[in-house]
Design a protein around this ligand. Structure first.
Ligand SMILES: O=C(O)CCC(=O)C(=O)O
Length: 275
């Protein structure tokens, strides 16, 4: 697996703690980027590794310019599995969020088509906090690693983060990934603190790491090419289920009768790293 090793520095950690996000140097080499781009192609053609099925295949087949994604691409593709379970991602995440071990919560394989010259919101991702979807987890100290498979900036619908918004706490109604009205959501959330909207500008193979409470979203892909990414959502290794706080399909993966306090620690939640 073509990971380029990097040690998180004390300054990186301070930046992450201040902003709720941090951009890494290039972590994935060019050969692996090509493999991951091919993995995207195979996944979208329903050409899966193994004999199983995807977890969630989120597409609007009749709308070719709409954002598409798979959750848990690692179940159905070996290249995706290699990257989202890589110990280096775990170690860097452990350093950034100050935990001693890291497991995979789930991944996403995200494809944002070119808007093909149309004025459209179909590729937008609404301003949201990831933890807004994950309240069944015992901690919001989680991290998302968004890996660019091409140079990415605002011209191709790159992500934007709201600096420091991870300090706003868990915000009511923040599970707004699928609400594509960025302006409306900004109006709704911007009273909570200073709205400092920063584009995540990444070269292919770089990753942005954001905290589970950091507001982020993205706009249209105005380029001619699709925007491809692999995303790993990671949690501390000792995260447990908190019942009664919100539904998430991951709870099904710990069994038919989950109990409050049950660890998310079986084979669906691989351990990436432990000190
Ligand atoms: O790909 C995007 O534009 C948004 C992805 C996202 O919300 C995430 O990785 O948490």
């Amino acid at each position: 697996m073509g990971f380029i090793p990097y040690e998180v520095t004390a300054q990186d950690k301070r930046d992450f703690e201040r902003d709720g996000y941090w951009i890494s140097p290039k972590l994935i080499d060019d050969e692996t980027i090509e493999k991951l781009r091919l993995a995207h192609e195979r996944i979208w053609a329903s050409d899966f590794d193994g004999d199983g099925y995807p977890m969630h295949d989120v597409r609007i087949p009749e709308n070719k310019i709409a954002l598409r994604k798979h959750d848990n691409g690692w179940w159905i593709n070996d290249e995706v599995k290699n990257v989202v379970t890589h110990p280096d991602l775990g170690r860097m995440s452990a350093d950034l969020i100050g935990e001693s071990s890291i497991r995979l919560w789930h991944d996403q394989v995200i494809y944002k088509p070119s808007a093909a010259g149309q004025e459209t919101m179909a590729g937008n991702v609404g301003w949201h906090q990831d933890y807004g979807f994950w309240k069944c987890s015992s901690t919001s100290n989680m991290v998302t690693v968004w890996i660019a498979l091409q140079d990415t900036d605002l011209s191709n619908g790159g992500m934007r983060t709201i600096l420091g918004s991870h300090k706003w706490g868990v915000v009511e109604g923040s599970a707004a990934f699928f609400d594509q009205d960025l302006d409306g959501l900004k109006q709704k959330f911007s009273g909570l603190g200073e709205w400092k909207d920063e584009p995540c500008i990444l070269k292919a193979g770089q990753a942005s790491f954001h905290h589970g409470l950091t507001f982020h979203g993205s706009g249209p892909n105005l380029s001619e090419q699709p925007r491809l990414s692999i995303v790993a959502h990671l949690m501390p290794g000792d995260t447990v289920y908190k019942s009664g706080r919100g539904r998430h399909d991951n709870v099904r993966l710990i069994g038919p009768r989950p109990y409050d306090g049950q660890p998310f620690n079986n084979e669906y939640f691989p351990l990436l790293y432990s000190r």
